[in-house]
Design a protein around this ligand. Structure first.
Ligand code: ATR
Length: 273
């Protein structure tokens, strides 16, 4: 039976085994998928051993996405741009192929599942870490009017804007400079929610049909989602759909079958409550 796994640290609370088991059951595919905690500094050993033992594919989560990027024999264009790999697949030729499905996963959730338009919209992204770098390419491919990246450490936002500006109009800035601007879509890519924090946003920054998307998720709305609701956002969502969609894209790379994500998103949502 074909073996798959998610490598991370910590990885105990990963939903990936549940998601991939649901995809496999739904499509009648025989496979095993487990969560595996890898010690820091041991990624290449662990991944090498996994593939040596005939493992077929890995998902990679925090903090190993850069190690996976280094580990891959070949990279997709989107992985290269993201500077990170969340999916490894063993090819017919035994070479290890690295991809990044986070960005397409988010775009599928925002565009297909939620039905929010990205094309022609003014987009604001909060944060400039690895998570944001992973989504910029696929977002710019949707042809937003422009993307502004706001970050506490403004140099990181400017650096990202520089890497991606050949794909579209993207600028980096600090939170203080947001005053007076308006956006149709605000995406929270900071890790601020994890400590119950909210990036400092001016009031009335959301346009009348402005949507707010948090890349984080949980049983309760995040501080950013509560802020957006109080600002009377037109629509608000957490990132649970993105999690399932990036998994679906990985499943498709490994198995050649695109799973039906809707029932799986619903099932995971139920299990959070
Ligand atoms: P990830 O890989 O999840 O993106 P990261 O690279 O550590 O993690 O990036 C975390 C992001 O959240 C950064 O943009 C960080 O801002 P700085 O670059 O200025 O540190 C942002 N962040 C974390 N806590 C925050 C807070 N309380 N308020 C605003 N931004 C915060």
């Amino acid at each position: 039976i074909d073996q798959y796994a998610v490598f991370g640290n910590p990885v105990k609370h990963s939903k990936s085994p549940q998601i991939h088991a649901a995809f496999a059951a739904q499509s009648g595919q025989q496979l095993h998928y487990r969560a595996h905690k890898v010690e820091l500094g041991r990624f290449a050993d662990a991944a090498g051993q996994f593939f040596h033992n005939d493992g077929k594919g890995l998902n990679i989560t925090v903090p190993f996405k850069l190690d996976a990027y280094e580990f891959a024999d070949e990279l997709s264009g989107r992985a290269r741009r993201a500077g990170a790999v969340n999916t490894l697949a063993k090819g017919e030729d035994d070479r290890i192929y690295g991809d990044n499905t986070d960005g397409v996963g988010m775009v599928r959730d925002i565009h297909d599942n939620l039905g929010w338009e990205i094309s022609g919209r003014r987009v604001l992204i909060l944060g400039a870490g690895g998570a944001v770098r992973g989504i910029l390419g696929p977002l710019l491919k949707q042809r937003p009017e422009h993307i502004v990246i706001a970050n506490r450490t403004v140099a990181k936002a400017e650096k990202l804007a520089e890497i991606f500006n050949e794909l579209g109009d993207v600028r980096g800035t600090c939170y203080e400079a947001l005053d007076g601007g308006q956006y149709d879509l605000i995406i929270n890519g900071t890790s601020a929610s994890m400590s119950g924090d909210l990036p400092p946003l001016p009031s009335q920054i959301l346009s009348s049909e402005g949507c707010a998307y948090d890349m984080m998720y949980g049983a309760e709305p995040t501080p950013f989602m509560r802020w957006a609701a109080a600002e009377t956002a037109w629509a608000v969502s957490d990132g649970l759909g993105m999690l399932v969609e990036q998994a679906a894209e990985s499943f498709c790379i490994w198995r050649g079958i695109r799973p039906d994500t809707k029932p799986v998103i619903e099932a995971i949502r139920q299990s959070l409550a």
